[in-house]
Structures are given as C-alpha cells and as structure tokens.
Design a protein around this ligand. Structure first.
Ligand code: NCD
Length: 314
C-alpha cells in the first residue's frame, strides 16, 4: 500500500477533494478489494477504533455497506437507528451527537435529509465525519465507488463522456458525480425533464439536454438515477408513464452509446420506470459491481481517516 497522502479530517463531499485525494482513495480501495476475496475477510487496520453509523433516513445498502466495511477493518461498530432514538423524544441533532461523542467514537458516518447536516457536525464534533448522503446535496462515497467501477471496466477515468439521466435536481448522487467528473475533466451530459434538470447545472461544466438520445449518444457511461419520490419528485412531471416513455433506458437507446459503454445505477432501481428490466440484467449493467465496490471504497475512506498504515493489509 502506498504511503498515506490523504490529509483530510472528514469526508464531507467531492467538493473538498483534490484529484490526488480521489486517486488516493481509489488506489486504497483497489488494495482492499483483495481483502474481500479472502476466506477470512478481515484486517486489523481499525482495531480498537469505534465507528458510529448515524442514519436518519431509511437506507439498507449504504448503511450495511459502511457496516461491513468497518467490520472488515476490525472496528467496533454502533448502528444508531433514528426511528427508535431519543430524537423522537425531542432531542436535537447536536445533543444526540454530543451524547454519542461522550462514548469516544473515532468516526461518525451520517445520513440525513437536511443538506449540510454533516458539515454542521464538524463545527462541534471531535470525531471524523463521513457524509453518507445529505439531503439533495452530496453522496461522496457513491461517486467514488462509481468511479472505481468505471475505472475497472473502462481501464481509465479520463477522456470519457458521462451521461447522467433522470432526477438530477434531487439527486446527491448526481451532484457528487458531476463534481468528480468535472475535476477529472470528463464530458458530462445531464438528461431529464426540464423541471428536474435546471439549466443552472450548466454552470458546473455539464451540458443539459431533454432528449435522452442526444445525451446518451457516444457516452462511455450511462448513469441512471431513481426518481426521488420521497423528495416530491413525482410532482415535477405529469405521470410515471410519460416519464418512462421519455427517459427510461432500453436497448434501443443504449445502442446509441459508445460500443464499450456501461450502464450504472446507484440503486434502489425501479424496474421499468427508469430502467427496462432486460437492460438492468444485461451484461452491460454494472449495478451489482457498484455494490461490491462500495465496500472497498468505504473501507478505504474509513482507513484513510483513522487507520494505522503498518497494519493495513496484514
Ligand atoms: C442513493 C441515495 O440514497 O442517495 N442510494 C444509495 O445510496 N444507495 C440513490 C437513491 O436513493 O436513489
């Protein structure tokens, strides 16, 4: 494993990472992929360290991915479930975190419906804070695991056209990916209904189109997003049927992408809403590889924030 060049105290967003930081995380993740293929999937890199999973939104894949990552690094892990917590009794987020911190954890992984909640924690918390998704702001580990998957499949992260299709407005996955690929100098095409893809996004260096064929043409990566119904997205277009007719990916549209193109989705997928079922299960789809890579990327992030270098891979 390379010497540690990562100098961040927290992982709040792609916004705060340099290209070198991104490369360091991906290289570290590559090293951890091997650990997950072992018979005994455990290394002592975070032995004696405590990770708190503080999830205020429903989540299965991201929460369990962080949990598995922490356990494979031999950390102690606490899952804090907001639905049965003292928050229901009126406690503030700050008091909840201060109470948890009185137990001396090293890392707090937070998912919250309020954009900026992880940033707020860094103003008073002593632990390293990892953003596992804040409102419709950022979801940095998702963009990093997506990048790792792209690099594995396409053998490069440069000179690519990335098409991101769907509910861009409410998607923290989209924003983190836009920021990451903008830093890497890739071409980004955003596709969706005008109500969900405001032209303001062009200020981030992307192009905006309402025509999925145009957006997907010659793309190396086609990234589909879920319609964020829980954030009111269904009020932004007339009907699911119309959305599907205009923006779902099927074989015909995917055929317009580059020959080597891959199909991505952060999950959970809505089959036959944003992604035709045969496409989701096709050999061009890397959806399950994304899930597998999520563990290695989260191991890398936890390790780079609090791990001991000499113990990493023993
Ligand atoms: C994403 C999220 O929560 O932002 N999912 C995830 O982390 N697996 C995307 C989504 O929910 O659509």
């Amino acid at each position: 494993m390379k010497d540690r060049t990562f100098r961040q105290d927290h992982l709040l967003g792609i916004e705060h990472l340099s290209v070198d930081d991104i490369e360091t995380i991906l290289e570290t993740a590559e090293a951890f992929i091997e650990v997950s293929s072992r018979e005994v999937k455990k290394v002592p890199a975070l032995k004696g360290k405590t990770v708190v999973n503080l999830f205020f939104e429903n989540s299965t894949r991201t929460r369990s991915s962080f949990e598995i990552a922490a356990k494979r690094l031999s950390a102690d892990l606490i899952n804090f479930n907001s639905s049965v917590s003292s928050l229901k009794k009126g406690e503030t987020l700050k008091d909840t975190v201060l109470t948890l911190e009185a137990m001396n954890p090293h890392i707090i992984v937070i998912r919250h419906s309020a954009s900026g909640a992880p940033h707020y924690l860094t103003t008073f918390a002593r632990s390293s804070i990892v953003n596992a998704g804040d409102g419709f702001h950022e979801h940095p580990t998702q963009a990093l695991l997506d990048a790792l998957t792209i690099r594995q499949r396409l053998k490069t992260l440069r000179g690519l056209k990335i098409a991101i299709v769907g509910d861009i407005l409410h998607s923290r996955v989209a924003l983190s990916n836009i920021l990451l690929h903008q830093k890497l100098g890739n071409e980004i095409a955003l596709v969706g209904p005008p109500s969900l893809v405001p032209v303001e996004f062009e200020k981030l260096g992307a192009t905006v189109t309402y025509d999925i064929r145009r957006g997907v043409r010659n793309a190396d990566v086609v990234m589909m997003l879920r319609v964020q119904a829980e954030r009111g997205a269904r009020n932004y277009f007339p009907s699911i049927r119309e959305y599907r007719n205009l923006f779902a990916i099927d074989r015909g549209i995917f055929a317009l992408a580059a020959k080597r193109a891959i199909l991505m989705h952060p999950g959970p997928i809505n089959r036959d809403v944003e992604i035709e079922t045969t496409m989701a299960d096709s050999d061009r789809s890397v959806i399950l590889q994304q899930v597998t890579n999520g563990i290695a990327v989260r191991m890398a992030v936890l390790y780079l924030l609090k791990g001991e270098i000499h113990e990493a891979l023993n």
